[in-house]
Design a protein around this ligand. Structure first.
Ligand SMILES: Nc1ncnc2c1ncn2[C@@H]1O[C@H](COP(=O)(O)OP(=O)(O)OP(=O)(O)O)[C@@H](O)[C@H]1O
Ligand SMILES: [Mg+2]
Length: 517
């Protein structure tokens, strides 16, 4: 087990590497020092070879890749901390971005995201959520791959077409509910959901890397744009922890964690979520420990995190909280009460009086029990405070060993293409059937007309013959081959032309051109 020095007070505040999977909380008012504390913890984890995943909401984290530099303020802090030797250092960073703008594109397929989180993103009600569940079942069964929004849209339309048949098997599916899911897709598209839903989806193991020197990679997820769509942000992060949970094996209690996840603006995760989803988060938070994963929640108001989850967070750093109203006071009191009491410290008033970069801390001790609350000054980070410029960020992204793997979106054959092909094939089949029926009808009509014509002509011929016979009887005594009458000649030539015409028409008919008459 390694001890990570995070702050100094009356004693040293060490975060123990084998207790990081008992999770943590970093909270405090704006500007109180949360991000710097997070950096200090992530740096030390990296030095121990532990990779981390951090959301960068304000764009002030990528500089963890650059060594810091001494200045008066830092020198003063180090002096107060009694630290004489301080080595600045940068750490290996991988930048990720859901929108693919300032990091490796972070994508997830619709199938991977699954119906529960998708319902959450689309803000669906229970009935619509149920329909989405059916959709996943049907597409799984029929081998229709749902990768992106296009696939989802085609599959929903396909569902409307087959709603009677599907309703019989799965229960009532109303076209109206499916339509409202289709409408919800438009909203998600506006928020950029069409960019992050697709392939190649993130392989979570790509976030579990160490560099050539054995230092853990700090995976920074650019979240400044993502945070504008809080539901998308929260759902994406929930998907990530569930994916981490699913992909990693049980390892029990390790000497140091395999991965540590930092949830910035954690209140967004819990804003308006259903109690069943909260239960799922709680369950994941509990169980992910034995997979060697630690989660830190970072939030301005610690009460934004539901009690059930807050009570699972063993390592606590609370920076200054402000109490402007009796309600605030009550909130700070209840936060103070979550600490193990220290007879020499009035936790409540200390929290109110903390200065920037100071905190009331309680880390889990070697026995796994929370240490007494302690006021401490947090160490400075070893990396830079200066923000990286866009050129440096871009260079970092483009030189990543993962760049080629993730840079381009791949649109392989999935539900959209398969259903389009199905529709096309069905249309072609129907057209062929229609043509065949028309041909048949046309042939029948021609044959009928032909027969009628022949019957008519034969009747006329017979009549003419009879008349001719009569005439010849009158002109008895005439010998030799009887000459054909004018009528007979006409009938003969007419017959010839009809049979030729009919022959021609049938031939044309066989080649289809008759239909165009
Ligand atoms: N441990 C520290 N060592 C040195 N400087 C610090 C430390 N903590 C905070 N500071 C100083 O205070 C500033 C604000 O801290 P920080 O950005 O961590 O606040 P925050 O709580 O994350 O605020 P916000 O809620 O607005 O994100 C830092 O930019 C830095 O100058
Ligand atoms: Mg911050």
């Amino acid at each position: 087990m390694e001890k990570m020095l995070i702050g100094k007070g009356t004693g040293d505040a060490y975060l123990l590497s084998d207790k990081v999977n008992q999770h943590g909380l970093i909270s405090g008012a704006t500007g109180s020092g949360k991000t710097v504390t997070l950096k200090v913890i992530a740096e030390q984890l990296s030095a121990l070879g532990v990779p981390t995943v951090i959301q960068d909401v304000k764009g002030d984290l990528s500089n963890i890749s650059v060594p810091g530099a001494m200045n008066d303020k830092l020198a003063q802090r180090l002096e107060m901390l009694g630290i004489n030797e301080f080595n600045f250092s940068g750490f290996p960073v991988e930048m990720w971005d859901v929108f693919g703008e300032t990091g490796l594109p972070l994508r997830v397929t619709v199938t991977d995201l699954g119906p529960t989180l998708l319902s959450q993103i689309l803000n669906l009600n229970e009935v619509q959520g149920g329909i989405l569940n059916i959709l996943f079942k049907v597409t799984d069964k029929e081998g229709l791959l749902l990768l992106d929004l296009k696939d989802l849209r085609s599959a929903l339309n396909y569902m409307i077409e087959r709603k009677d048949e599907l309703s019989r098997e799965y229960g009532n599916i109303s076209a109206q509910s499916v339509q409202s899911i289709l409408r919800a897709l438009l909203t998600i598209e506006d928020e950029g959901g069409d960019i992050f839903l697709g392939e190649p989806g993130l392989e979570i193991t790509d976030m579990l890397r160490t560099d050539a020197n054995g230092r853990g990679v700090v995976n920074i997820i650019q979240a400044n744009r993502l945070i504008q769509s809080p539901t998308l942000y929260a759902t994406f992060l929930l998907w990530m922890i569930s994916e981490i949970y699913e992909s990693l094996p049980e390892v029990g209690n390790l000497d140091k964690p395999k991965l540590v996840f930092f949830f910035d603006e954690a209140h967004l995760l819990f804003n308006g979520i259903s109690s069943s989803l909260e239960q799922k988060i709680l369950q994941t938070v509990r169980l992910i420990r034995s997979k060697g994963v630690g989660i830190f929640f970072i939030t301005q108001n610690p009460l934004d995190i539901p009690d059930s989850i807050s009570s699972q967070l063993g390592n606590r750093v609370v920076h200054q909280l402000r109490a402007f109203s009796p309600k605030d006071e009550k909130a700070v009191k209840s936060v103070a009460d979550t600490f193990r009491a220290n007879p020499n410290l009035n936790t409540y008033s200390e929290i109110l009086g903390l200065r920037t970069g100071e905190a009331v801390i309680s880390f889990l001790n070697e026995d796994g029990a929370p240490a007494e609350a302690e006021k401490a000054m947090i160490l400075p980070p070893k990396s830079s405070f200066t923000a990286l410029d866009s050129v440096m960020t871009k260079a970092m992204v483009m030189t990543s060993p993962l760049y080629n793997k993730y840079k381009a979106c791949v649109d392989r054959e999935s539900a959209y293409e398969m259903l389009n092909r199905k529709i096309l094939e069905r249309e072609q089949e129907l057209e062929a059937q229609r043509l065949e029926a028309a041909h048949k009808l046309e042939l029948e009509q021609i044959e009928k007309a032909h027969k009628a014509e022949i019957a008519k002509l034969e009747k006329e011929k017979l009549k003419a013959e009879k008349e001719a016979e009569k005439a010849s009887l009158k002109k008895a005594g005439q010998v030799g081959r009887p000459k054909k009458s004018v009528m007979e000649k006409g009938v003969d030539s007419f017959m010839g032309s009809v049979s030729r015409a009919v022959g021609r028409e049938i031939a044309r008919n066989v080649f289809g051109s008759l239909l165009k008459r």
